[in-house]
Design a protein around this ligand. Sequence first.
Ligand SMILES: Nc1ncnc2c1ncn2[C@@H]1O[C@H](COP(=O)(O)OP(=O)(O)OP(=O)(O)O)[C@@H](O)[C@H]1O
Length: 326
Amino acid sequence: MIEAENLTKRYGDRLAVDDLSFTVVPGRVTGFLGPNGAGKSTTMRLLLGLDRPHRGDARIHGRHYRDLHEPLRVVGALLEARAVHTGRSAYNHLLCLAQTQGVGRRRLDEVIDLVGLTGVARKRAGGFSLGMGQRLGIAAALLGDPSVLILDEPVNGLDPEGIVWIRTLMQRLAAEGRTVFVSSHLMNEMAVTAEHLIVIGRGKLIADCSTEEFIERSTEKMVMVRTPDTARLTEVLTAEGAKVQPGGDPGAPLTVTHMEAPRVGELAAAEGLVLHELTPRRGSLEAAFMELTRESVEYGADPGAPPGAPPGAAPGAVPAQEGKTR
Ligand SMILES: Nc1ncnc2c1ncn2[C@@H]1O[C@H](COP(=O)(O)OP(=O)(O)OP(=O)(O)O)[C@@H](O)[C@H]1O
C-alpha cells in the first residue's frame, strides 16, 4: 500500500506537486496519469525518499521509505533516468545490485528470464536499445521480489510487442497481490492496463477513480444516425434536447449528442421516420484526457502571465519548456 498525504514540492517558484493526497492499494494496477511536466516523476521520487517534500508525507506500508527494513525487498522502482554502468554487461549490472541486496543467483537468472533478456544478458548494457534498457530496469526493480512496484513510464521506447508484454507483466504482478503504481502520459495505454487511475495536472489531483468510471465520465457519448429525412429528424431530436451535427458529405450520418441511441430510435419511430443507421459511439479517450488536463493547466496559470506560461511566471516572460531533459 502506498499513501501520499498533502504532498507538496516546489522548485523555485514552480509548484511541481501541489497538496497531493491519494492511496494506492494492492491487487490491481493503478495508473498515474498526467501530461508532460504534471509532476508524476517528482511524486514518485518523493514516495521513494529521493527528494524531500516541502509539506506532506509519503508512506509505503505505513512507513517512510527511509524507515523500511530492507527497502529493496519491499519496493522495486523503475525511474526514468537510466542508471546503468554502460561498460558492464546486463548480467553483471544485475549481479552487483543482487549482491547489495542479498539476492541469490537463482533469483537473478529468474528475473533475466522473466524480462526476456536471457539471450543478451552477457552483452554490454551500454549498447542496449531504449526498449532493452527498460527491460533491464524492470529486471532490477523485480530482483528483491518486492510487494510494491513503482514504475515511471515503463512503456517508453518499447515496441508494440514490448508494450503488450509489460502490460501483461504488470497485470500479473498485481494479480499476485502486489501494489503496482505505474506512470504514463498515454491515456489510451493506461485505459487498457490499469484498473484504477490517479490523474494529475499541474501537480494537482484531477481524478482518483476506476478506469471504467473515468472513461464513463470523461468521454462524451455520441450516436451516429443516418436517415433519408435529415431535416425532419434533426428537428424532432433537437426539440427533445439533443444536439445534432450534420455529417460533412451528403448521405453521411448525423452526430447526435445529449441523447442515448434507444431514445433516438423511439423518437424516429414515433414520427414514422426511416433510419438506415443508429450506432452508439464514444468520443476519443485521449482527446477527453487532453481536454481535462488542459483545463487544470489554465486554472493554474497566473492571470498576469502570457498564455501558456507556468503559474507564477512574470508577465511578458517566455513560456518555460515543459518536462525535463531525458
Ligand atoms: N530537479 C528539478 N528542478 C527544477 N524543476 C524541476 C525539477 N524536477 C522537475 N521539475 C519541474 O517540475 C515539474 C514537474 O516535473 P515532473 O518531471 O515531475 O513531471 P512529469 O509529470 O513526470 O513529466 P514527464 O512526463 O515529462 O516526465 C515540471 O515543471 C518540471 O520542469
